[in-house]
Write a protein that binds this ligand. Structure first.
Ligand SMILES: [Zn+2]
Length: 192
């Protein structure tokens, strides 16, 4: 309880900071043809409660960071606020449907039930992070789709978003911080 209040209060503080930073740097009109580093949305994740999933999370994060340019996932420094809270559970994987914004809050649960059934941990982590970035499930679907999740079968270890999935995330985070699309906020459970 205290935890979630703290996060909410911190979220307001971050939002205010970002708002004033934006105002302070609002001076010259940017050339739309040049993508500045400032246009990249940075989202922090906290996996300090996702013991046993560290390697899968690192690989899933690397997959996203290597395939989209408008949003970047970085590990939050210990004790600092993160937009994406990743925890290990004994249930089925699930995640809040984004696209989560800076100052927002999304939760990813990496559930061991799916691993017990034989599903690939890196694909699971990348899939759930895909929900945080605003992608819904596309089940049933082929292994080439990250968001087809468990429907592609346990032999599928693909953790790379396909062109359509990348394009949708790029669109959700286009133009820096702001998007007209609010985070969905539903919790998607990836049980079979
Ligand atoms: Zn899913």
């Amino acid at each position: 309880m205290l935890d979630s209040r703290w996060f909410k209060a911190a979220g307001v503080a971050v939002a205010l900071t970002l708002a004033s930073a934006t105002a302070a740097h609002a001076a010259p009109a940017p050339d739309p043809a040049v993508k500045s580093a400032a246009a990249v949305v940075t989202l922090r994740y906290d996996d300090s409660r996702a013991g046993g999933w560290e390697a899968a999370i690192a690989a899933g994060v690397a997959s996203w960071n290597g395939h989209v340019g408008n949003v970047k996932l970085v590990e939050a420094a210990p004790g600092t606020r993160a937009e994406i809270q990743i925890v290990a559970t004994t249930g089925w994987p699930q995640a809040t449907l984004g696209p989560v914004r800076p100052g927002g809050l999304a939760r990813v649960e990496l559930g061991s039930q799916a691993v017990a059934q034989g599903h690939d941990k890196t694909r699971i982590a990348a899939h759930e992070l895909g929900h945080s970035l605003g992608l819904p499930d596309t089940k049933p679907g082929p292994c080439s789709q990250l968001m087809s999740g468990s429907s592609a079968g346990t032999s599928c270890t693909n953790a790379v978003p396909n062109a359509a999935e990348r394009a949708r995330v790029e669109s959700a985070y286009a133009g820096g911080l702001v998007s007209r699309v609010p985070a969905d906020g539903r919790v998607l459970v990836d049980a079979p």
